[in-house]
Design a protein. Structure first.
Length: 170
């Protein structure tokens, strides 16, 4: 499955949701396998993203929004390799969001709305290293009603997308 214009539009919506209203439109740095690299400038500060959408989604959530995995650099504030998962629904408060990448399991227990992060920069960096070395990531979470959701991401192209966004935000 290739990232088409509709998918790029969905990713751009996700990028714009993470930056102030005064942001310019995201600039596409390229498609790399299942991943895209983008950059956006808001209030004179550049941010760069490597993003993808799941190749497979299990569990039907009524009204589910956009879903994506993102790695972000915010060099202006010294935040690099910030990994987040946009679930498209608010997960249950009683259970964490889990990302399995290769032989590693990461708990994303910082939740804001439909987005999940790990708590520390060390875990962000470890996740990025796992994303570079693996070929798939499986993210699981539960809805407030207890429905289990599982999204599978193809990591083909992640390293090249990561390199492109890192170069743009060096």
């Amino acid at each position: 499955m290739r990232l088409n214009a509709r998918m790029l539009g969905a990713l751009a919506v996700l990028v714009l949701a993470t930056v102030p209203a005064a942001a310019e439109a995201p600039k596409n740095l390229g498609a790399f396998g299942q991943w895209r690299a983008l950059t956006v400038t808001a209030d004179g500060q550049r941010s760069c993203y490597a993003m993808s959408i799941p190749v497979e989604k299990q569990g039907r959530v009524e009204g589910r929004g956009e879903v994506a995995a993102m790695v972000t650099h915010f060099p202006g504030i010294g935040a690099l390799d910030q990994v987040s998962i946009v679930l498209g629904f608010e997960p249950a408060a009683t259970g964490p969001v889990i990302a399995k990448i290769g032989g590693f399991t990461f708990t994303l227990d910082e939740i804001e709305g439909d987005r999940a992060w790990v708590k520390t920069r060390v875990n962000d960096r470890a996740m990025v290293q796992a994303l570079k070395k693996s070929n798939r990531m499986v993210v699981t979470a539960a809805t407030a009603k207890g429905l289990k959701v599982e999204d599978t991401y193809d990591l083909t192209g992640f390293t090249k997308a990561y390199q492109a966004m890192s170069k743009a935000c060096s």
